[in-house]
Design a protein around this ligand. Structure first.
Ligand code: SF4
Ligand code: SF4
Ligand code: SF4
Length: 309
C-alpha cells in the first residue's frame, strides 16, 4: 500500500517545493510508493472544505507530513498544529521550517516596527492603517516549526537538497534510521589552507581569486582570502554524493544555509573564533548577528536590537 504524504508551506518562498520536483529520477522511483493526499502548491484542497462548510481547519490524515516555511502568523501556527495532529511522522523541509530561515531575520525587529515600516513608512506607497480583518495576525516573532510542534526529522538547507529529501523518504519507506552528518563544510573542502589570512575582510560583492577551470585544490581557502566563508560553522551535506558542497564547488563562499553542525552549536561564536584564528578581526563586520545567523534566526538566535552584535 502506498505511503500517504501531506505537504504544507508556511512562510516560504516555494523553493523547497521545487526541490521535491528536482528529485529527478529518484522521484520516478519514489512516486509509485507515495500517495500525495494534500499539497497546496499543486493540488486544490480547501482547509475549510470545498464550499467553506467546515468550522475547523482540516488536513487529511497522512503517514508522512512535509512542512516548508517558518511560522510567521497565526494561520501558519494552526496549519503546523493540524499537520502534527494528522501526520504520523513530521519532517521539516529546508532552513525556514527547521531554523526560521530568511523570514527569521524579521526577529531583529518588533512586529510594531515591521508593520510601521510596511504600512506607513514605505516611500513608494501611501501610508495606511495596519490591516486587521481577513488576514491572519502576525506572531510576536518568527518561529521554527519545532518551537511550535514536535518534529521527527529536520532537513536543513536553503533550499534543502533533493538527495537529502530522497534519503529521508527512502529511510522511512525502508524502516531505516535517518541521520544527518556532523561534518562541517570545511571538512569536505579541498581548497588550500595555510591557517593565515592574506588580507583583511573583503566586501561580499568582490569575487574569490581563481582562474576558470582551476582545480579547487589549487585555490586558496576563501576565508584566508578575506571572504566570510561560513564553512567552519556549517553542516556539510549539500553536495550530495559529490561531497564538495554546492557553493564551494562554484567558487563561492558558504553562507551557512545548512545551519549548525550539531544541535546546540552556536555558529556566530564558532565563526568569530575561526576568523580570529587566522588573523581576521570579526569586529570589523558591521552586521555580525544577522550575517552569521542569516538562515537560523529563530530559536532565540536573533532578537530586536541585535543588528551589530
Ligand atoms: S529554505 Fe530557502 S528555498 Fe526553502 S522555503 Fe525557505 S527561503 Fe525558500
Ligand atoms: S573556510 Fe570555506 S573555503 Fe576555507 S576551507 Fe572552509 S569551506 Fe573551504
Ligand atoms: S555551501 Fe553553504 S551556503 Fe552553499 S548550499 Fe552548502 S551549506 Fe548552503
Amino acid at each position: 500500500m502506498a505511503v500517504k504524504v501531506a505537504e504544507e508551506w508556511l512562510a516560504t518562498c516555494g523553493g523547497c517545493e521545487v526541490t521535491l520536483l528536482d528529485l529527478g529520477e529518484a522521484l520516478l522511483d519514489l512516486l509509485p510508493k507515495l500517495e500525495f493526499v494534500h499539497m497546496p502548491v499543486i493540488m486544490d484542497h480547501k482547509y475549510y472544505g470545498q464550499m467553506g462548510e467546515r468550522e475547523k481547519l482540516e488536513i487529511p490524515e497522512a503517514d508522512v507530513g512535509l512542512i516548508s516555511g517558518s511560522v510567521r502568523n497565526e494561520e501558519n501556527r494552526h496549519v503546523a498544529e493540524e499537520m502534527r495532529r494528522k501526520c504520523k511522522t513530521l519532517i521539516t523541509v529546508g532552513a525556514c521550517a527547521t531554523y526560521g530561515g530568511i523570514p527569521a531575520l524579521n526577529n531583529l525587529c518588533t512586529v510594531a516596527d515591521i508593520t510601521k515600516l510596511v504600512y506607513q513608512d514605505t516611500p513608494s506607497t501611501d501610508a495606511a492603517a495596519t490591516p486587521t480583518q481577513e488576514i491572519p495576525a502576525l506572531e510576536e516573532r518568527v518561529y521554527a516549526v519545532s518551537e511550535i510542534v514536535k518534529v521527527d526529522i529536520k532537513l536543513p538547507g536553503c533550499p534543502t537538497t533533493p538527495e537529502l529529501l530522497a534519503e529521508a523518504l527512502t529511510c522511512l519507506l525502508e524502516g531505516r534510521e535517518f541521520k544527518l552528518t556532523e561534518r562541517s563544510v570545511c571538512d569536505e573542502c579541498p581548497t588550500k589552507r595555510e591557517k593565515k589570512a592574506v588580507t583583511a575582510i573583503k566586501r561580499p560583492l568582490e569575487s574569490v581569486e581563481f582562474t576558470p577551470g582551476q582545480p579547487l585544490s589549487e585555490v586558496r581557502c576563501f576565508m584566508e582570502q578575506g571572504f566570510l566563508c561560513q564553512g567552519p560553522a556549517t553542516m556539510s551535506g549539500c553536495g550530495g554524493s559529490e561531497k564538495v558542497t554546492r557553493c564551494i564547488k562554484a567558487y563561492m563562499p558558504c553562507r551557512g544555509c545548512y545551519g549548525p553542525i550539531r544541535e546546540g552549536a552556536n555558529p556566530m561564536v564558532d565563526m568569530m573564533g575561526a576568523l580570529s584564528s587566522i588573523g581576521l578581526n570579526p569586529r570589523e563586520i558591521v552586521d555580525r548577528a544577522p550575517t552569521f545567523n542569516r538562515f537560523i534566526g529563530a530559536q532565540g538566535r536573533l532578537k530586536p536590537g541585535m543588528g551589530g552584535r
